[in-house]
Design a protein around this ligand. Structure first.
Ligand SMILES: Cc1ncc(COP(=O)(O)O)c(C=O)c1O
Length: 358
């Protein structure tokens, strides 16, 4: 059996992207991620279809690869020699991977505290210059915005419009699989680029007659880092979901516009609800995501519990892979039991009857 080659998002969706003959078809195999049903969640919310878009299956383990493919390709097209970004970890990993692939330097600025180890490990092994600042993501973004003015540097945060152009391809894939847009889309919101990108994508596909309807967008922030919900920046954002520990989202206006145009909402969920969804996804669906990704499912469960009606077909975006942050899993899962190395001791620890003697 032979499989079709994975062309990457630029080649696959070139008719919907701002690319031309001079744009390198840069790819590390991003996109084409699984969209699967979630029977346990369907049982929990008591009806309707729930689908999970597994963006953690992208090559660096997060949705960032879609937008980074295009941002890096356009940077190369325009002669950039350096990619620079601020990051809570995933953007850094993705920028570093595409920088390596393209043969250019990548500089990433991360908060010195709170970034998941797996993400730092990725950025380092891909060969990026990793600078840890004694400050927040928001501080880092202000710094890289000023440094990116230098000749030859390209800013690849989601303030770069090509990032959103690339990320919108996830909306195309959802419609390509389901045959239309879902009724509702649940998305975690941090710097707020992804929710805006999905809206761009669904609208573009509808305008091209690939979809009849548009989804209602349901964005969720962590309660301790919910500036859009509060209506003002949060000076010291706090949440277990480190990827969305962001107090002043760069795409705030775009996200609010997308929310309003879709007649949706951006709401907050607490850390306890995020951890609960994180565990439910792993233990009942077999899907191990990072904490920030579980925010979409926490939002779905929260709405179902509060009696809100859920659309007949809901898609939850799972933005990143769980293995990026094994520390979180160890923290929130039961500890392994240590016993002597005998079958009897293992059977006893499992609560089984002792095995028969050999
Ligand atoms: C895993 C994960 N989920 C969600 C988000 C939020 O996406 P956005 O910043 O586009 O709102 C991020 C951002 O870093 C992320 O890394």
């Amino acid at each position: 059996m032979t499989g079709a080659p994975r062309p990457g998002v630029i080649e696959r969706y070139r008719d919907f992207l701002p690319v031309g003959p001079a744009t390198p078809r840069l790819t590390i195999g991003e996109g084409d991620t699984p969209l699967i049903r979630a029977p346990a969640l369907e049982r929990r919310i008591g009806g309707g279809e729930v689908w999970l878009k597994l963006e953690g299956c992208n090559p660096t383990g997060s949705f960032k690869d879609r937008g980074m493919a295009l941002a890096a390709a356009k940077a190369l097209e325009h002669g950039a020699r350096v990619l620079i970004c601020a990051s809570t970890g995933n953007t850094a990993a993705s920028a570093a991977a595409f920088g390596a692939r393209a043969g250019v330097t990548t500089a990433v600025v991360i908060p010195a505290r709170g970034v998941a180890l797996g993400k730092i490990a990725q950025a380092l092994i891909y060969g990026a210059n990793v600078i840890a600042i004694q400050g927040s993501f928001d501080d880092g973004l202000a710094i890289v915005r000023s440094l990116a003015q230098r000749r030859g540097a390209a800013l690849v945060n989601s303030v770069n419009p090509f990032r959103l152009e690339g990320q919108k391809t996830a909306a195309f894939e959802i419609v390509d699989v389901l045959g239309d847009a879902p009724d509702e889309l649940y998305v975690p919101v941090g710097n707020a680029g992804n929710i805006a990108a999905y809206w761009q994508g669904f609208r573009a596909y509808q305008q091209a007659d690939h979809a009849d309807q548009l989804p209602v967008l349901r964005g969720f922030q962590a309660a301790g880092a919910a500036p859009i919900v509060a209506g003002r920046p949060v000076a010291d954002p706090q949440t277990v979901a480190s990827a969305i520990r962001i107090g002043n989202p760069a795409n705030w206006k775009r996200a609010v516009q997308a929310r309003d145009e879709s007649r949706g909402a951006i709401q907050a969920v607490g850390d306890d609800a995020i951890v609960e969804a994180y565990r439910v996804l792993a233990a009942e669906e077999g899907i191990f995501v990072e904490l920030a990704s579980a925010v979409s499912v926490a939002g779905l469960l929260h709405r179902a519990r509060s009696g809100a009606s859920i659309g007949a077909r809901a898609v939850c975006i799972l933005t990143g892979a769980g293995l990026k942050d094994p520390g979180a899993a160890v923290r929130f899962a039961p500890e392994p039991t240590e016993v002597p190395a005998t079958a009897a001791a293992v059977a006893d620890a499992l609560g089984w009857d002792s095995p028969p003697p050999a």
